[in-house]
Design a protein around this ligand. Structure first.
Ligand code: SF4
Length: 332
C-alpha cells in the first residue's frame, strides 16, 4: 500500500561487482534472511533473480500488513472516541477500532480475519492500559533509504564499496521518554519447546528477530533519520497460535506455536551485540561479492524449504540458473 520510492532503487543493484557505477543494495531481507540463510540461495535469488512461486503464506502476510497499515491511518480521527468509551464500554471501543479497518478489494480467503482481530484485541488492551497519548504509530510502513561508502579490508588492501541500505519499517511508536520503539508484525509461527516441564521460546527465533530489528535501527542511523533515537524494539505474532506443528521436533521435544508480543530495550549490550552482527553479516556479503563466492550453507531442514534445491550443487544439481528457469516456466 505504501508508495514505493522507485527512483531510490534505480540508484542501486544486487548484481554488483567491483567498479560498478551503482550502489550495492542491502535490505533486511537480502542480508538477514537470504544471505545469512544461505549465500548460494542469495546468489540464485538476488544475483540471478530466479523467480519463486508465491505461496498462501506470502499472500496472507501481505493482506494483513496492508490492512493494519490502513487501519492506523483510518484510526487517527477515531481514536479519541474509542478511548472515551473505555473502560466502561470495551465492546463500543472495539467497534470503533474495527470501523478503521479497510474493506479489502477481494474478500479474504486465507484466514486473515482472526489474525487482524487478534492484533486489534492487543491494541484495545494497550489503549486501556496506556491511554491515547502515544497510541498511534509515528512510523507506519516507513520506507527508508541510506547511501554510504563502506570500507573493508580485503587481501591486505582497503576497499571502499558504495552501499544503498533500504527498508520499510512496519511500525514505530513514541515512548514515554520521547524516544522511539520500532515494532515488526509477523504472520508466521512463534515456536516454544517443552524442556524440563517448562515451555521455552525457541532462542533462534528471538535471535533472528533481534537481528532483523537491529538492521532497521542501523538503517535509521545510517540515514541520519530524525526518528533514529531507537531505544526499544519488539515484534508481534498475532497468528502464532493458529499454526499447526508436528507434536515433537526433530530432537524429540514437544513443541507448540503461540501468539506473542515481545517488547524490550535495545540499549547497551543487547543493541551492541546485534549491531555488530549486522556489520559482520554486511562484511561477509561484501567479501562474497569481492571473491565471487557464494557457497551453499546446507541443512536438511532448511534445504527442504528452498526453491532452488533442484539445481543446488550441494544436492547434486547443475548449478545452472537457466535450467531452473526453463523448469519454472514449464511448471507454471
Ligand atoms: S538447497 Fe540448501 S544449500 Fe542449496 S541453495 Fe538452497 S538452502 Fe542453500
Amino acid at each position: 500500500m505504501s508508495d514505493r520510492d522507485w527512483s531510490a532503487y534505480a540508484k542501486s543493484t544486487y548484481q554488483w561487482e567491483p567498479g560498478h557505477k551503482l550502489h550495492l543494495r542491502m535490505t533486511k531481507s537480502s542480508l538477514t534472511s537470504d544471505f545469512d540463510y544461505c549465500p548460494k540461495s542469495y546468489e540464485y535469488k538476488r544475483i540471478h533473480r530466479l523467480p519463486e512461486p508465491s505461496t498462501d503464506d506470502m499472500t496472507r502476510g501481505t493482506n494483513v500488513h496492508d490492512a493494519i497499515e490502513q487501519y492506523y491511518i483510518n484510526l487517527a480521527p477515531l481514536i479519541q472516541k474509542a478511548a472515551a468509551a473505555l473502560p466502561e464500554k470495551p465492546a463500543k471501543a472495539m467497534a470503533i477500532l474495527q470501523e478503521a479497518l479497510p474493506v479489502p478489494d477481494e474478500p479474504y480467503t486465507l484466514g486473515e480475519e482472526p489474525i487482524i482481530q487478534k492484533r486489534l484485541d492487543w491494541d484495545l488492551a494497550r489503549l486501556q492500559s496506556d491511554g491515547v497519548k502515544n497510541f498511534l504509530p509515528i512510523i507506519n510502513e516507513l520506507e527508508v533509504h541510506a547511501y554510504a561508502e563502506e570500507t573493508i579490508e580485503f587481501n591486505g588492501e582497503e576497499i571502499t564499496i558504495p552501499i544503498h541500505y533500504a527498508g520499510s519499517i512496519d511500525r514505530g511508536f513514541r515512548t514515554d521518554e520521547d524516544t522511539i520503539a520500532i515494532m515488526e508484525l509477523k504472520t508466521g509461527k512463534f515456536v516454544q519447546k517443552l524442556k524440563k516441564d517448562k515451555w521455552e521460546t525457541d532462542r533462534y527465533k528471538v535471535q533472528s528477530m533481534r537481528t532483523e530489528m537491529a538492521f532497521y535501527k542501523y538503517l535509521l542511523e545510517k540515514a541520519n533519520h530524525n526518528l533514529q533515537d531507537v531505544t526499544h524494539w519488539g515484534w508481534v505474532y498475532p497468528a502464532g497460535s493458529t499454526k499447526v506443528l508436528d507434536k515433537l521436533d526433530k530432537y524429540g521435544y514437544e513443541q507448540r506455536s503461540i501468539d506473542n508480543i515481545t517488547y524490550e530495550s535495545c540499549l547497551g549490550r543487547n543493541g551492541n551485540t546485534y549491531k555488530k552482527k549486522i556489520i559482520r553479516m554486511r562484511d561477509a556479503l561484501l567479501t562474497a561479492y569481492l571473491t565471487s563466492n557464494f557457497p551453499p550453507k546446507a541443512s536438511v531442514g532448511k534445504c527442504a524449504w528452498c526453491s532452488f534445491k533442484s539445481i543446488c550443487p550441494e544436492w547434486g544439481g547443475s548449478d545452472n540458473p537457466q535450467e531452473y528457469l526453463e523448469n519454472y516456466e514449464e511448471e507454471k
